[in-house]
Design a protein around this ligand. Sequence first.
Ligand SMILES: Nc1nc2c(c(=O)[nH]1)N[C@H]1C(S)=C(S)[C@@H](COP(=O)(O)OP(=O)(O)OC[C@H]3O[C@@H](n4cnc5c(=O)[nH]c(N)nc54)[C@H](O)[C@@H]3O)O[C@H]1N2
Ligand SMILES: Nc1nc2c(c(=O)[nH]1)N[C@H]1C(S)=C(S)[C@@H](COP(=O)(O)OP(=O)(O)OC[C@H]3O[C@@H](n4cnc5c(=O)[nH]c(N)nc54)[C@H](O)[C@@H]3O)O[C@H]1N2
Ligand SMILES: [Mo]
Length: 671
Amino acid sequence: MRVTVEDGRAIKVTADPDHPPTQGALCTKVSRYAERVHHPKRLTTPMKRVGPKGEGRFEPISWDEALTLAASRLSEIASRAPEAIVPYSYAGTMGFVQGDSIAQRFFHALGASQLDRTICAAAGAAGLKYTYGSSIGMLNEFFAESEVILIWGANPIASNLHFWTRAQAAKRNGAQLIAIDPYRSLTAEKCHQHIALKPGTDGALALGMMNVLISEDVLDHAYIADHTLGFDGLKARALTYSPARVAEICGIEAQTVIDLARLYGSTKKAAIRMNYGMQRVRGGGNAARAIACLPSLTGAWRERAGGVLLSSSGWAPVDTHALQRPDLMPGWPARQPRVINMNQIGDALTHPGDDAFGPKVEAIVVYNSNPVAVAPDSERVAEGFARDDLFTIVLEHFQTDTADYADLLLPATTQLEHLDVHKSYGHTHVMANLPAISPVGDARPNTEIFRGIARSMGLQHPALYESDEEVAAHAFRWDDDALQGVDWATLKENRWARLNLPDAPLANGAFRTPSGKCEFFSERLAQQGLDPLPDYLAPYESADGSPELAARYPLAMISPPARNFLNSTFVNVESLRSTEGEPHLDIHPTDAFDRQIANGQIVRIFNDRGSMQARARVTDKAREGLVVGLSIWWKKLAPDGRNANQVTSQALTDLGGSATFYDCLVEVESV
Ligand SMILES: Nc1nc2c(c(=O)[nH]1)N[C@H]1C(S)=C(S)[C@@H](COP(=O)(O)OP(=O)(O)OC[C@H]3O[C@@H](n4cnc5c(=O)[nH]c(N)nc54)[C@H](O)[C@@H]3O)O[C@H]1N2
Ligand SMILES: Nc1nc2c(c(=O)[nH]1)N[C@H]1C(S)=C(S)[C@@H](COP(=O)(O)OP(=O)(O)OC[C@H]3O[C@@H](n4cnc5c(=O)[nH]c(N)nc54)[C@H](O)[C@@H]3O)O[C@H]1N2
Ligand SMILES: [Mo]
């Protein structure tokens, strides 16, 4: 990003035209970033709560008072039960400095509970880890040369613009684009073909494609022999997924499965852009694993324009140990504080504490996240945050739904005001982020806030007091081949560097698994007592997975990102919110007719966990049996004060302990 500054104010944010992945284009929401930075409601001073929790009434206090208050409460709890303190953070910024550096070191030094950061990508990441050994795949730029692109559980027009520009280039060159998505998203509308399968059935579709590839012998036998492990087992598994069986599971035609496999297998430059939308269901890890096997069967990896990309983040040689310093944990490495899965924060905050769970949670420190809006099973989450005996610190730019529950609300700087260093999960450049303006008001970087609390608590370890520059210099293993000739000083000077990778990085195997091969069969999974081969697992909440529940709540609900929001970020930027309008629910005409719901009517969406309201859009964009509520609204900016996470569940995926946002049955009625 390039920032134009006038009189100390950021007036414009544009894309760096020289940065290869960005090529001068920012997505709609980020091009409004200056509006957000100088928004009249930016938090500019520390505040302490004066009203009841959740009401959001605060009074300003000084930084000294704020840090002293934080330190005295946290010290008291840490002296008795350090694990009663829980950090909560995720995607507000994904920078290494303002994300999890000083913050992690601080919680580690306290011996606080650890947070398993699984709300987004953990199932897919586990699928890749067990198959490829890491989150690696084909390079974004070469999708422009692909001849077939399967856009699988992804809506790049909304959520991954810098892939979409490559897909469009490929389309102009004659490539076939196929969307695999239960919903006719903005992206699916622009593809040549849209395969609208039932949500959570992707594993079956991938196994069905394998069935056809194997039966018709559209395989790269040399690639399989040289670079994969466990073909015979995978073959036996895939042969149980006939196109007819898959058609039944996925709710599509058998011929669609056959045609897809034939096209995929017979195209040399066949690429798959999976994204995390397909793994927010019970079988998400296995589904990612099954899809990840496809290019190793057909040898698509041999071409730089072939293969799979789910995440490129594993290509960057991040020095996680140096950044986060797990060695500061008391007892490390033999013993470690308990781990709380962030998707179950609702249960954790409402747990009374016992031997299995450990101590009741007494303090939560939230930064880079808005859990009251984004975490699943929101009624439980809000109930937890409403506890009078919970001490809550929130570091934020704005008074979000979560901030309303804070005891102490601390103003944080934005990307334009602080130093950071980034990798990407969609491309293979690393970037330095230099501050363009001074902090707005009295806002401070996350790092500075945690250093301040540590100092007030009298914590001694020097790692807690490293400057942002020093932390940034620890971000990568600069001597790794991927970063030849780059160090923090040169990265800062040049702003970005392309990782030094071969164009077709998996053409000759070189997977990062224990065997060095693409592991169709995973010994590591077998050792955990898990299925060593990919399989299809029916969603928890589906006619197959829970017929009794499906009888009461027959509609599957998904709540993928809205184009003009970034998760719950930007919802309070008026120009973007007015483009989104209000919370909507897309519902198929047949489902609407059955419920006497007319287009434009307000409906109530509900299940045993909760309910929300939205305006119905009767449209066949949602397949029959599916409803779609684009997200993630701030509850307090929605007409009924609720959002989609009122109905989502805390159940975890098969692998990785990820959230199952899109594994959710509901009923809908007119209001
Ligand atoms: N504008 C915008 N961009 C974003 C974000 C945002 O909030 N707004 N969020 C960012 C973040 S944190 C992430 S993780 C990514 C997420 O972006 P994506 O990885 O693209 O994932 P989702 O948006 O969750 O879902 C993408 C598509 O998957 C479909 N889908 C849902 N369930 C299934 C299923 O079971 N199978 C299949 N095949 N498809 C399914 C949805 O209908 C949707 O069209 O986007 C990033 N970019
Ligand atoms: N129903 C449903 N729920 C979902 C999803 C979905 O598709 N459907 N998607 C899930 C996914 S993929 C993700 S990644 C999560 C994302 O959930 P979160 O990680 O909570 O992301 P955001 O909602 O963007 O909230 C980030 C907050 O961090 C703040 N912030 C940004 N930068 C900084 C900073 O430098 N310092 C501090 N202190 N604060 C900062 C922003 O103001 C914002 O309020 O949501 C998940 N929830
Ligand atoms: Mo995410």
